[in-house]
Ligand binder design. Sequence first.
Ligand code: NA7
Length: 556
Amino acid sequence: MADSAKATELDAVVIGAGFSGLYMLRRLRDELGVSARVFETGDEVGGTWYWNRYPGARCDSEAYMYCFSFDKELLQEWNWSGKYPEQPEILRYLSHVADRFDLRRDIQFNTRVTAARFNEATNRWEIETDQGDHVTAQFLITGIGCLSAGQVPDIKGLDTFEGDWYHTGAWPHDGVDLKGKRVGVIGTGSSGVQSIPVIAEQAAHLTVFQRTPQFTIPARHHTVDRDYLNDVKANYDALWDKARKSAGGFPVDPSELSALEVSDEQRQAIYEAGWAEGGFKFFFGSFKDIAVDRRANDTASEFIRSKIREIVKDPATADKLVPTDHPFSSKRALIDTNYFETYNRDNVELVDIRHSPIQEITPKGIRTEDGEYELDIIVFATGFDAMTGTFFKMDIRGRNDLPLKEKWATGPKTYLGLSSHGFPNMFMITGPGSPSVLSNMPVSIEQHVEFISDFIEYLRERDISVVEADADAEEAWVAHVNEIANMTLYPLANSWYLGANIPGKPRVFMPYPGGVGAYREKCDEVAANDYDGFVLGNASEHFARVPHESARIQIP
Ligand code: NA7
């Protein structure tokens, strides 16, 4: 047992043992030499990939870039099996990482952090868990993921349902036997679009309850061979370099073309090529203005609509599946395997609950305005209280005993998505206000972990015990995030990026949409300028106020 496994006074506490927590622990413990403990609710590492075990769960980032880059040997020794990694494979990878760097000895599993309070007299966090732990730490670092607080809608009668029900984000570890069952899936986001084709193959009958039709691009998943892996591994340095400077954290060449400046034939050919190749390249690699210009976007949206009508044989079903109320990619872009094809199966039925809303769940199934659908199992693919929900499950209190929930009552307020004024010595890995969910997560996670650990090292070298985001710098950053979001088409959809999926949640665009490359440059600049925009102090009464002009950066 490491000392930190027993200690009650630590240098750092990290919450969560997913990608973020694992790398954070590695950096803190093995490179900075500080005492650190990770608290993790699950009984294993994995974070989001520990919980999301629904049929068909798979990552939308290509496998060869959905991993850590911090250790070259790790990169060279791991072999992904296909273009996109399945949930069990990602979990195996993270377990391998935990073993390889001997991380488990400083992770306390089966333990949920319930409260964290900043003590202004000691400049330390006091942390409590559901297992009765009381520890203090100089630094509190959250690696809690952006999509961890599952949302089961409050539908009348759920408690009367005689069958079984599950949320995709809390899927039973032993799986669910769907054979011969009548299954209902509510929700057609990423989890619904991934699980529906697989459930349809297993169940006797599947009824999909759709509120919003989706644009989705074929993933074109396939296995990969040794030559492919060798090629990737030989080029990893250049690939990571490109990904780090890119918009979305992928090593793709963004298109320089406008969808409005090519002939109809050229445009069609480019979309066809993207559709045939599959994945997010359809979005990043086709035209530069799809995300920002409505007329350009219309061409992509219309192309996908025509594909849906081509694939789905029954015109009435195709009509229901064609999205008309939001532009392509203004909600989270989706990729799929046989999603639209699934609606050609005899055992699959689509119910449009936008026009015929769910009235109640009955003992036998789901009743909409059109009638009752009898079911043995209900699957809630209804998403998450994204980006802020998991923070609010804990009682986090900063200076003056202010709850984070109160500070963020009108939307999350952070400086760089890393820190929030009034919450000293607390860092968020991929917090709201950073690129996070708009990027390939491991790229963003590594950048944040490295920023935070470099910052902690800087503070320790100077014997600075407390640090906090400056209020003005934070305000400027929040305004900047909103300004960029308003230059895109994101505000045109009701998405979880804006909190629109949670009744009563303030409508605020939460992730930073300026791209991981621009964001990294900003963070590097902040660090190079002695952590510009943060207030550094040796004690709470002795603050050194640093300039924060660069927080007001120009919009790219
Ligand atoms: P999402 O993307 O939030 O999708 C949830 C789906 O559930 C979506 O189709 C919602 O419709 C639907 N939904 C949500 N609440 C209800 C209610 N009350 N009634 C009917 N339908 C509802 O969650 P996912 O789990 O699919 O994906 C989350 C992220 O995980 C994903 O983007 C990736 O980043 C990984 P709506 O569109 O809101 O009308």
